[in-house]
Ligand binder design. Structure first.
Ligand code: SAM
Length: 276
């Protein structure tokens, strides 16, 4: 069987008696026009290796395979096994690798066997942020990420300094990657529709990505600074960084965390590392 000959996704779900499970954050994209658009936005080259978390019924997986990408799909819900095996059989051997596991605990570098890998996923909302942090902070970092999140999370990833959504997630994401929202997706595009709107974010690693030590310092400082978001830096960072160090980083000790740019936090991380 070829990909073209596969039954429509709705029929494949019905044939296998599959209904969405809320506990697994299951909201399916059954319109191939949307999944094909997401794959186009990922901007990949035929033959590239891709990790897809949560293929579910395989709508996005089909679009990835149509684009001649080599896909490793990680699914936690074993019920999708037979349906996804039908999909694997419709492609050349080795094109679609199925892994039934929790994506939070897999070792991507082992799955990719040393080759660079991209991530393209309609992420389960309940673990989307945890997965993004895992990929941003390493040890394995994707060559690019094209990820569907609930819109509020997408806004927190791309938020500019001084914006309402600006916080730890924006700083870690933007210190490590160029991050842009590339597509808004209304709730009605999913089956069943979620209560919130969604958006696709594309992230590409920066060439000047911080070292692991710098990134760890950044995580600790932003946790303290945004843990008391309304307080001045001199108060929220008390016990970690004194006023002279804050000033040495070119920052005002009376400033609040939400007014400090990503570069400002990176300078603070450097000053803190140098003083330890
Ligand atoms: N990609 C499909 C689509 O677009 O129609 C399904 C997306 S649905 C939002 C999320 C998928 O992730 C579900 O298939 C769910 O079973 C799976 N999932 C949830 N938690 C997971 C985890 N920790 N590891 C791997 N897959 C997970």
């Amino acid at each position: 069987m070829s990909l073209d000959a596969l039954p429509p996704l709705r029929d494949a779900l019905a044939e296998h008696g599959l209904l969405a499970k809320k506990a697994f954050g299951q909201h399916f994209l059954l319109d191939l026009n949307i999944t094909r658009k997401i794959v186009r936005l990922a901007g990949l080259t035929p033959g590239d290796r891709v990790i897809e978390v949560g293929p579910g019924p395989g709508g996005l997986t089909r679009a990835l395979l149509e684009a001649s990408l080599r896909v490793t799909a990680i699914e936690k819900d074993q019920r999708f096994g037979p349906l996804l095996k039908d999909l694997a059989q419709a492609t050349d051997p080795g094109t679609l690798t199925l892994v039934f596991a929790d994506a939070l605990s897999v070792e991507e570098s082992v799955l990719m066997a040393g080759e660079p890998g991209h991530v393209v996923s309609n992420l389960p909302y309940n673990v989307g942020t945890a997965l993004l942090i895992k990929w941003l902070t390493g040890p394995w970092m994707p060559a690019s990420m094209t990820l569907m999140f609930q819109k509020e999370v997408a806004q927190r990833i791309v938020a500019p300094v001084n914006g309402q959504a600006y916080g730890r997630l924006a700083i870690i994401a933007q210190a490590t990657c160029e991050a842009h929202t590339v597509m808004d997706v209304p709730a009605r595009a999913f089956t069943p529709p979620p209560k919130v709107e969604s958006a696709v974010v594309r992230l590409r690693p920066r060439t000047d990505r911080p070292s692991p030590g710098r990134l760890e310092a950044l995580q600790r400082l932003t946790a303290a600074a945004f843990g008391q978001r309304r307080k001045m830096l001199r108060t929220s960072l008390k016990g970690m960084v004194g006023e002279p160090l804050i000033e040495a980083a070119g920052l005002d000790p009376a400033a609040r965390a939400e007014t400090v740019s990503v570069d400002g936090f990176l300078r603070l991380a450097d000053a803190w590392i140098a003083a330890r």
